[in-house]
Design a protein around this ligand. Structure first.
Ligand code: SAH
Ligand code: SF4
Length: 358
């Protein structure tokens, strides 16, 4: 993508934003409080554009727009599931598509956001993986999903977004600069508590170590999916670069950094990773770092004829973990009718485009 010549106001961390706005208004001979007005429009009032900042004089809005962008994605589609899950597909400035999902439950409203357009990791069970990598998202494009989803949720009676998970498209720790800035922005700019933000990774060791070094208590989810390195390699190509041993050592560092909850995600695929003898090694890994385990029925994808494990098997896994002192939850697959699992709607859009093209 050609770099925009104007900095995107949504990509600047709160400190950087304050600096550039102070400079901008000083050069223009404007009072210092103008910077605060713009910050408020961005972080509190969620202005969708510079022209919406109506308490700035028109000339100042024009001057700001001449120097800066405020790059909001456009909704390409929005789909609501019978279970209340809402999926947005956003069209970015260069036409790339990314998705975010709002997941309401009794006590929270969780937003699942994307960190990359596509993903280079190629996990065999994941539709995004099959679609390949398109490009990195900027910090602004990551937080823009939150801003636009929050506006949509408030306008449609879903209330405030309470939790954010980086579980949409992409591997967040393979886009670290932008993801770190987006974490800072969501936490210090938009006021989302660090413990309400979860970064999900397939096991990117340097990224886990960097996250461990942050002083905020962002949560970490490891997409484990298999408790042995040999089996994991069949599902996750990155296992060949960062082995389960190294990943576990990095998680121990994260755990020792204190107060930060780790979750294991375990997608259950019939006959692939659901043998009952895997419960014991899985429990051992979880106990090592005090992790909770989320068991997720595999969501079928167009590229593989795999099926989800039967409910009885998933329950047996959960019970086996509980017996071994590990907290396990079975995560209902939400939004299946609108393809709200990782990368699915975009995969279908691509598959349709491919079918038409051939
Ligand atoms: N790249 C990161 C975050 C995005 S994937 C990661 O892999 O953790 C978000 C979650 O969706 C991961 O736990 C991933 O394993 C899961 N997932 C991907 N494809 C799935 C499928 N077909 N069925 C169920 N879960 C899936
Ligand atoms: Fe990428 Fe995560 Fe999908 Fe693997 S599971 S291909 S890391 S998005």
């Amino acid at each position: 993508m050609a770099e925009s010549p104007r900095p995107d106001l949504l990509s600047l961390t709160p400190e950087a934003l304050r600096r550039v706005l102070a400079d901008h208004f000083q050069v223009r001979g404007q009072p210092a409080y103008r910077a605060g007005q713009v910050e408020k429009w961005i972080f509190e009032r969620l202005a969708p554009s510079i022209s919406a900042m109506t308490d700035l004089p028109r000339a100042e809005r024009e001057a700001l727009a001449a120097s800066f962008d405020l790059a909001e994605p456009q909704p390409a589609t929005v789909a609501t599931s019978v279970d209340g899950t809402v999926k947005h597909v956003w069209r970015l400035a260069d036409g790339e598509l990314v998705e975010s999902v709002l997941i309401p439950t009794q006590e929270r409203l969780t937003l699942c956001i994307s960190s990359q357009a596509g993903c280079a990791m190629g996990c065999t069970f994941c539709a995004t993986g099959w679609g390949g990598f398109r490009r990195q998202l900027t910090a602004g494009e990551i937080v823009a999903q939150y801003r636009a989803s929050r506006r949509w949720a408030e306008a449609n009676g879903l209330g405030p977004v309470t939790n954010i998970v980086y579980m949409g498209m992409g591997e967040p720790l393979a886009n670290r600069a932008a993801v770190h800035d987006s974490l800072t922005l969501l936490n210090r700019g938009y006021g989302v508590g660090a413990r309400r933000i979860t970064v999900s990774t397939v096991g990117h060791v340097p990224g886990i170590l960097e996250l461990a070094d942050r002083h905020e208590q962002f949560r970490l989810a490891l997409s484990l999916h298999a408790p042995t390195s040999a089996l994991r390699q069949q599902l996750i190509p990155l296992e060949k670069r960062y082995s389960l041993d190294e990943v576990m050592q990095a998680l121990e560092r994260f755990d020792e950094a204190g107060g930060k909850r780790i979750t294991f995600e375990y997608t259950m695929i019939a006959g692939v990773n659901d043998a009952l003898e895997l419960v014991e090694p899985l429990a051992e890994l979880a106990r090592r770092v005090g992790a909770w385990v989320n068991l997720i029925p595999f969501n079928p994808i167009p590229y593989k004829d795999w099926r989800a494990s039967p409910p009885a098997r998933i329950k047996a896994f959960a019970a086996g973990l509980a017996r071994r002192g590990v907290t396990a939850a079975i995560r209902a697959s939400r939004g299946r009718d609108i393809d709200a699992a990782c990368g699915q709607l975009r995969a279908h859009t691509l598959a349709e485009a491919g079918a038409k093209g051939s």
